[in-house]
Ligand binder design. Structure first.
Ligand SMILES: Nc1ncnc2c1ncn2[C@@H]1O[C@H](COP(=O)(O)OP(=O)(O)O)[C@@H](O)[C@H]1O
Ligand SMILES: [Mg+2]
Length: 252
């Protein structure tokens, strides 16, 4: 069984290194002068309101976004390099699975592509809470269930870096808690996770938070540091306090 995490040739580069990144979308700046370093084996929450640039930044990291200037380096290689294909997993906000296949066959298909065995298939389906539905056709599932199949297809590959765009939206609280437990297990075994959300209520599951607004990074801090810095125990309020403090929001 090959595992992208163990086939890393001793490379000690950070998981993600972004320098002076500028991106325009729809004729307007979507990312403005982004600098960001994310260490390996951690969970980072990418947080900020809708339209602030989270998906655009993730697209840059997985190499599907045209950038205006700056550099994005992933596991020591330029973002989007062929060498990263099996080492980076990306789950978009719109689920992409084979609707005519069952859940098990979807996950098996991705497991086969990445050389993972049956144990990994069962374990991953369990982690996303779909064990009771393994034989259901993906086309018969609800939107939330489809999203979880999509997530399972990325998880089963065992990538060194997992980029997850709002993976817990619309999931029930028990399942969300289970998924965060699974993410923590992955991080403990060396996987790097970058997880976006437009709400702050799961931020405490992350070791570090990247707080975005209007295409900029306002802060890159652990949750407790954000609380300390703003004097607010509630992270939603802390984020708001940070925005007010920096008086951002008057961009052209
Ligand atoms: N396909 C697109 N074409 C043009 N502009 C886009 C497109 N997708 C996003 N944008 C713009 O880029 C900015 C950042 O969007 P996005 O990265 O999707 O934000 P988020 O993921 O935080 O909601 C927004 O101003 C949005 O309107
Ligand atoms: Mg988005």
């Amino acid at each position: 069984m090959t595992d992208a995490r163990t086939s890393d040739p001793g490379n000690a580069a950070p998981a993600i290194e972004v320098r002076a990144l500028q991106v325009r979308r729809g004729g307007a700046p979507a990312l403005r002068d982004i600098d960001l370093t994310i260490p390996r084996g951690s969970i980072t929450g990418l947080l900020g309101p809708s339209g602030c640039g989270k998906t655009t930044l993730m697209r840059c990291i997985v190499g599907t976004q045209i950038v205006e200037s700056g550099t994005v380096t992933v596991l020591g290689q330029a973002a989007g390099s062929a060498g990263l294909r099996k080492r980076v997993g990306y789950v978009t906000q719109a689920p992409s699975v084979y609707l005519d296949l069952t859940i098990r066959d979807n996950v098996r298909y991705f497991a086969a592509l990445y050389g993972r065995g049956h144990d990994a298939v069962a374990e991953t389906i369990d982690a996303v809470g779909l064990t009771t539905h393994v034989n259901h056709r993906a086309g018969d599932l609800s939107g939330g269930q489809l999203g979880r199949v999509s997530l399972a297809c990325a998880l089963v590959a065992g990538p060194a870096l997992l980029v997850l765009d709002e993976p817990t939206v619309g999931l029930d609280p028990v399942l969300r808690a289970d998924l965060w437990d699974h993410f923590a297990t992955l991080a403990a075994s060396g996987t790097t996770l970058l997880v976006s959300s437009h709400v702050m209520d799961e931020a405490d599951h992350c070791e570090n938070l990247v707080l975005m607004r209007d295409g900029r990074i306002l802060a890159h801090v652990p949750p407790d540091e954000l609380r300390r810095r703003t004097g607010r125990s509630n992270l939603e309020e802390a984020f708001l306090a940070l925005i007010r403090e920096q008086k951002i929001g008057v961009e052209p």
